[in-house]
Design a protein around this ligand. Structure first.
Ligand code: C5P
Length: 218
């Protein structure tokens, strides 16, 4: 299969030296891309800024912002059979990016934030026979929020993480999650390495039948 994976955070510039980002290390997406390539799939990885080496056998596209990631996903979408959106895309960006470093004044300042594009919602009309997998990082009401996103974002599966736990979610090498399927399926994944979770996810993907989505071409 042709598998497109996104990973890592995005960075939203405030000025030439400052940005808004999040705690995503990119590990879950990188392990997934590496495991898929090791199984013989063709893999393209769209990555935000992380400190990880490119996995063997994977074609990389490096991006910075949510806008960049959207462009990259749209570019590669028609190539893929499966999209795994493991990236922690920033939800907001500064309304204006200062062209020069904003000087410190010692006073408080207001920063106006505007929403970034929601990549999965943007590409939902072009899903066709592709399998779409999302991730939901939550700190409360994890499964209910994930179930709502599964439907709202037209996904086949969503991996729901409770990132308030020290041994799961951001930065660490282990994870625990609930996998929800649009077909009503539900799997509880107890604490395991992100490498093992990537393999579990690929086991599901390799036997899944995608729900037919929008019919347009990107
Ligand atoms: O809405 P939320 O950010 O929790 O949804 C998580 C899922 O949506 C992830 O798969 C993430 O990659 C994707 N996402 C996206 N575009 C955004 C934010 C999140 O595609 N702007």
């Amino acid at each position: 299969m042709n598998i497109l994976v996104t990973a890592g955070p995005t960075r939203e510039a405030i000025d030439p030296v400052r940005f808004i980002a999040n705690r995503s290390s990119g590990k879950m997406g990188y392990f997934t891309a590496a495991a898929a390539a090791a199984r013989g799939h063709k893999v393209r990885l769209v990555s935000g800024p992380v400190c990880l080496p490119a996995p063997d056998g994977v074609t990389m596209t490096q991006v910075v912002s949510a806008d960049d990631m959207l462009r990259a996903v749209r570019t590669h979408l028609s190539w893929c059979d499966v999209l795994i959106m493991a990236a922690a895309v920033a939800d907001w960006r500064p309304a204006d990016v200062a062209s020069a470093k904003i000087k410190k004044t010692g006073r408080s300042m207001m920063l106006e934030l505007v929403p970034t594009p929601d990549i999965l919602r943007d590409i939902a009309p072009y899903k066709q026979q592709r399998l779409f997998v999302g991730f939901a990082a939550e700190t409360s009401t994890v499964v209910a929020y994930a179930a709502a996103k599964l439907a709202a974002k037209n996904l086949d599966y969503i991996v729901a993480n409770d990132v308030s736990q020290p041994d799961a979610g951001f930065e660490v090498d282990t994870n625990r999650a609930v996998l929800l399927g649009a077909d009503g399926s539900r799997e509880e994944w107890q604490l395991m390495s992100k490498r093992d979770m990537a393999e579990r996810l690929l086991d599901v993907i390799e036997t899944a039948t995608p729900q037919t989505g929008g019919r347009g071409n990107c």
